[in-house]
Ligand binder design. Structure first.
Ligand SMILES: *[C@@H]1O[C@H](CO)[C@@H](O)[C@H](O)[C@H]1NC(C)=O
Ligand SMILES: *[C@@H]1O[C@H](CO)[C@@H](O)[C@H](O)[C@H]1NC(C)=O
Length: 498
């Protein structure tokens, strides 16, 4: 083509003239197509910016944008062991575990202990559950089988780790090595710990939360954690089936639903010192509760600074504004996955006035049905967990253990939509609303939608530690393995599907 310019021009043949005419015609045709396409694009962009003024309620976000899962680019869960992995042998060393924390801390802790038992060549005894969880639990006692399907747990992992219901009779009274394993420990730490077998036949693990590193573990150990949490550690049959029943009742009401983990409970507000929007009496009540709770170490908290840093759960009102700005219509069905909301129905009014279709467990089930579960806080939390995992959209108002666990499982199950509020960014926007620099409407929507474009649960690699952190403190700032098991348990390759 380039050399053509150097050729001596020839008189054009009639054939060439015809060709030129066709080309010119084709060019104009393409220009025409291009412009009509641009028109369509403009149209779509306008559609994507909903208006919330009372006068133009008709302009709505497309349904798919609101409810469908984000693109997963062919990435799927993968938990099969590699070819190097060997079946568990019959080990005669035993590990007993006391699982601490709330439901989700216990769940991830138990999955970690399966991996630790595997690394240490130990037989795992079914863990004891924390009777009085970190948060308030009035239950007299919970055993493993009150919450989980014990037999399924043992059988699913039989190729990985030997698990027994109880210590063999003859070992019940032998001295045990009682260990507080270090937080976020590596494989080599646990390999060193096998020295203990020289002296002891039983190791008792006093705490199970965050005892295993998020990163830099062998692939087979990471996959084992996923098999343990997502496949083996199923809730007990009564919880699973009642949870599914509640999901069906939600679906019968409106088809699609949002599960909102509204972590606006008294203990959480007291613990985080977040009293924004509360009365003086309420703030004082929270302060006294914090003062009197021994295991909460931080007592003096500046609520304003907490909020500006993005460390406070969003309030019911803030969640209402947030969801409307994202384009969810007032008719959206929202399930509240939470305990008692601080301030009760009065405070909830700021959310229900925007979304009248809000439902609770108590709305979906009869007193009689719920009675079987209300003795154990962990059982009601488990119901919320099931309903949250199955929802079309999951929105956590705060990033606690439950929010992280649900998000991770939804990623694992096929990148179901999880919208994680950018609390720090949102607080700035809410303050502009408060000061009258913004009003609820299309420009606010635009800001909030742009802010959350990449916070909808699409696949991404797990985040490493914060760059400014040094030493072991780094480990605390890493994204949790169970919040995002990508890349180890989510992959593109077909050969690991399982
Ligand atoms: C666990 O047992 C296997 C074989 O039974 C052995 O190869 C491995 O070194 C043992 N691991 C530890 C940490 O003792
Ligand atoms: C809390 O922090 C804010 C912002 O830094 C500051 O203006 C305020 O005086 C602080 N309040 C108290 C009680 O220290």
């Amino acid at each position: 083509m380039v050399q053509r310019g150097y050729h001596r021009p020839r008189p054009p043949s009639p054939h060439a003239i015809k060709l030129n005419l066709i080309l010119i015609f084709a060019f104009f045709f393409l220009v025409f197509i291009f412009y009509t396409r641009q028109w369509h694009l403009l149209d779509d962009q306008q559609k994507q910016q909903p208006f919330f003024d009372e006068h133009s309620q008709t302009d709505r976000m497309p349904d798919a944008e609101l409810w469908d899962a984000p693109p997963s680019y062919g990435l799927r869960s993968c938990v099969k062991p590699t070819s190097r992995y060997k079946a568990a042998a019959g080990w005669d060393h035993y590990m007993t575990v006391r699982s601490n924390g709330g439901l989700n801390q216990m769940r991830t802790g138990i999955a970690d202990m399966v991996a630790v038992a595997r690394i240490m060549n130990a037989t795992l005894v079914i863990p004891q559950l924390d009777k009085r969880s970190f948060w308030h639990d009035s239950s007299m006692h919970s055993t493993f089988s009150d919450i989980f399907d014990e037999l399924h747990f043992i059988e699913t992992l039989q190729e990985d780790v030997k698990i027994v219901k109880e210590l063999p009779q003859e070992l019940a009274n032998v001295p045990r090595a009682r260990k507080h394993f270090t937080s976020w420990a590596s494989t080599s730490y646990y390999e060193d710990m096998t020295q203990l077998w020289k002296e002891y036949q039983v190791i008792h693990v006093a705490k199970s939360d965050s005892r295993l590193a998020n990163n830099d573990l062998p692939l087979d150990i990471q996959r084992l954690r996923c098999r343990a949490l997502y496949q083996a550690l199923r809730f007990s049959p009564p919880i699973e089936s009642f949870g599914k029943k509640l999901v069906e009742r939600l679906r019968a009401r409106g088809g699609k639903y949002i599960a909102l983990h509204l972590r606006y409970e008294k203990d959480m507000l007291s613990f985080t010192g977040c009293s924004y929007g509360l009365t003086d009496e309420e703030s004082e009540e929270l302060r006294v509760m914090r003062e009197n709770t021994n295991h909460w170490k931080v007592k003096k908290i500046n609520s304003t600074e907490q909020r500006l840093g993005g460390f406070c759960p969003l309030t019911p009102k803030e969640i209402g504004i947030f969801l409307r700005a994202l384009g969810y219509p007032p008719s959206s069905l929202i399930y509240i996955a939470a305990g008692e909301i601080y301030g009760g129905s009065t405070r909830l009014l700021e959310l229900t006035s925007r979304f009248p279709n809000i439902v609770f467990k108590e709305t979906l089930a009869t007193q009689e049905e719920l009675k079987a579960f209300t003795n154990h806080a962990s059982q009601t939390a488990a119901l919320d967990y099931v309903i949250s995992v199955e929802s079309d959209v999951f929105v956590p108002s705060y990033s606690g253990n439950m929010a992280r666990a649900v998000e991770g499982q939804r990623r694992f199950l096929g990148h179901r939509k999880t919208i994680t509020p950018d609390r720090k960014g949102l607080v700035e926007v809410f303050d502009m609303l408060e000061n009258g620099q913004q009003t609820e409407g299309s420009s606010l929507s635009h800001i909030i939608q742009t802010m959350h474009k990449n916070r909808k649960g699409a696949p991404r690699r797990r985040r490493g530690p914060l760059p400014e952190m040094k030493g072991r403190a780094r480990l605390r700032t890493e994204e949790s393995f169970y919040e995002n098991p990508y890349p180890e348990c989510i992959c593109a390759s077909k050969k690991h599907l399982g």
